[in-house]
Design a protein around this ligand. Sequence first.
Ligand SMILES: N[C@@H](CCC(=O)N[C@@H](CS)C(=O)NCC(=O)O)C(=O)O
Length: 245
Amino acid sequence: MGLRVDALLSRVALRGGISSMGHGKISMQPKLIIGNKNYSSWSLRTWLLLAESGIDFEEQRICLDTPEFAAQVTAFSAAAKVPVLMLDEHPVWDTLAIAETLAERWPEKGLWPEDPVARAHARSISAEMHAGFFALRDAMPMNCRAMGRKVTLAEDLAADIDRIFAIWSDCHQRYAADGDWLFGRFCIADAMFAPVVLRLRTYGINLPASASAYPARLLESHALQNWLAAAESETEVVDQDEAGQ
Ligand SMILES: N[C@@H](CCC(=O)N[C@@H](CS)C(=O)NCC(=O)O)C(=O)O
């Protein structure tokens, strides 16, 4: 009987969707529920984390700002926001919770830096990103297609941008010996700041040399380039995210 069940499971696994985790545990392929690639900055963070770190996953896109969005997203998570990660058919929602869960589930991917001091630093700037930068988010919504737009640099927006540059410069000074990602190797902090790189690029903000290594490295990522190509081919327009002239 056990043998027949094993044979059946491995046949299902071969058809896709299920993988063995060893110790007899079976895991479904994770599924990430995301919004429009052109506009959904929180979706980009978790998607990039999975794609850049090479975790095999399935994605399902739900269009933001449509009459169907609420019903479609609440079928996965009552919090009614994307992204949602479906892991073994259980929802994980909110970007930092998803990132922590992925780090715990795939320890071999090193999604946080190994060194405890660097790890605490990476956690701090990731949390700072998750909880702040409201002027930047309001004035410069992620809109990958809107290259060449300009927005007014109000004082609070300029302060947010200066803080971003200080974070990236500090990381570069401390960890550049290991590579051009913020902590040398790719980690959760890189995914957290990815939409900021796209915003600065869209709205034509010049980067100081001290803060430009990470944005350049991110833009070289094949995963990010795939995301941008998909964003380019989307046709939906979300009026509230169309800022600038
Ligand atoms: N705190 C959440 C924020 C998620 C969020 O605001 N997602 C936006 C898309 S980028 C959303 O679902 N908006 C739809 C809505 O608010 O109706 C996270 O970290 O994941």
